[in-house]
Design a protein around this ligand. Structure first.
Ligand code: FAD
Length: 272
């Protein structure tokens, strides 16, 4: 299937145009090139300083857990070593439910893998992806440049830019985020459902090493994850009903850590 799509794309002529130079758009530009697309145009509305870690909506202080499969893809792109320079390996996954006895532990060694995954800070991940984009002369990076509209052609699209410029493309790719305007312009519908839940995220310092363990704990409020980060830190994703999350956010540092400690259980490392 992937081969057929790539063949069709490569025969279409002209460069695919990716709207959005975030995690999805930048990675896709590199993957298209890896699979033989002769040229790609990547458009990002925020400025990207050459060689500098980016500061765009995708690439902030949040972190991303990359599965072993995603790491294998990065290895194919020649980017794994650079990503791992500032990532923490997940060697063990520990899954538990509060007030239940059963615990599941998965170890990389049991699956003959060097790691089950890795957690990387988005800004570093973006730096690695965008450096590779900049290094490829067949990828045209237009940033800052905002796509402000599209027009359907018989064999593709015309994208118009904020500065009045326009570009024809045989393939327009909407990678402009969860609330994609490009998707709306293309008439692709999306269904939104408010579950009344929010996720609180934070990077936490630890009083002891995390040992490459990722914790997932199911609580009555919702799931909580603690993912290993470099420098004896962990990324917290703590979900719950919206009013409950607001209440956690309003706590001072001591109150916050006390509420968190009470929920994470004894198996998690001590929080600083
Ligand atoms: C706490 C947290 C943890 C997460 N962890 C994970 C994880 O472990 N794994 C995972 O897969 N996902 C994770 N996600 C989700 C992840 O952040 C998003 O999936 C990812 O950022 C989406 O990237 P994107 O490139 O699709 O969109 P975005 O990050 O929204 O990027 C879209 C880009 O398009 C640009 N843009 C928008 N409109 C235009 C336009 N008209 N013209 C030009 N450019 C435009 C924007 O400036 C932006 O740079 C997490 C999210 C959060 C909040």
């Amino acid at each position: 299937m992937r081969g057929a799509i790539m063949d069709a794309l490569n025969q279409a002529g002209g460069a695919p145009l990716i709207v959005g130079g975030g995690m999805a758009g930048a990675a896709l530009a590199l993957l298209l090139r890896h699979h033989g697309t002769p040229a790609v145009t990547l458009v990002e509305s925020h400025a990207i300083a050459a060689g500098e870690p980016p500061d765009t909506p995708s690439f902030d202080a949040r972190s991303t857990a990359l599965s072993a499969g995603s790491l294998a893809t990065l290895a194919k792109l020649g980017l794994l070593e650079a990503v791992l320079e500032r990532a923490a390996s997940i060697e063990t996954v520990h899954v538990s439910r509060r007030e239940r006895l059963g615990i599941t532990r998965l170890h990389a060694g049991e699956h003959a893998l060097p790691r089950l995954g890795a957690v990387v800070e988005n800004r570093w991940f973006g730096h690695v992806l965008l450096r590779a984009v900049e290094a490829d002369p067949a990828i045209t990076l237009r940033a800052p440049a905002r796509v402000t509209g599209i027009r359907r052609l018989a064999d593709g699209y015309t994208a118009t830019f904020e500065d009045g410029d326009s570009l024809d493309t045989p393939l327009l790719i909407a990678a402009d985020g969860a609330r994609s305007q490009t998707r709306d312009w293309m008439g692709i519908t999306a269904r939104h459902e408010d579950l009344g839940q929010d996720a609180l995220i934070a990077n936490l310092g630890l009083a002891e090493p995390h040992g490459g363990v990722a914790f997932e704990r199911f609580l009555d409020d919702g799931p909580l994850a603690l993912l290993p980060l470099p420098d004896q830190r962990m990324a917290l994703v703590w979900t719950g009903p919206r009013e409950q999350v607001d209440a956690w956010m309003a706590l001072d540092d001591d109150g916050f850590l006390a509420a968190l400690r009470e929920r994470v259980g004894a198996a998690a490392p001590r929080l600083a």
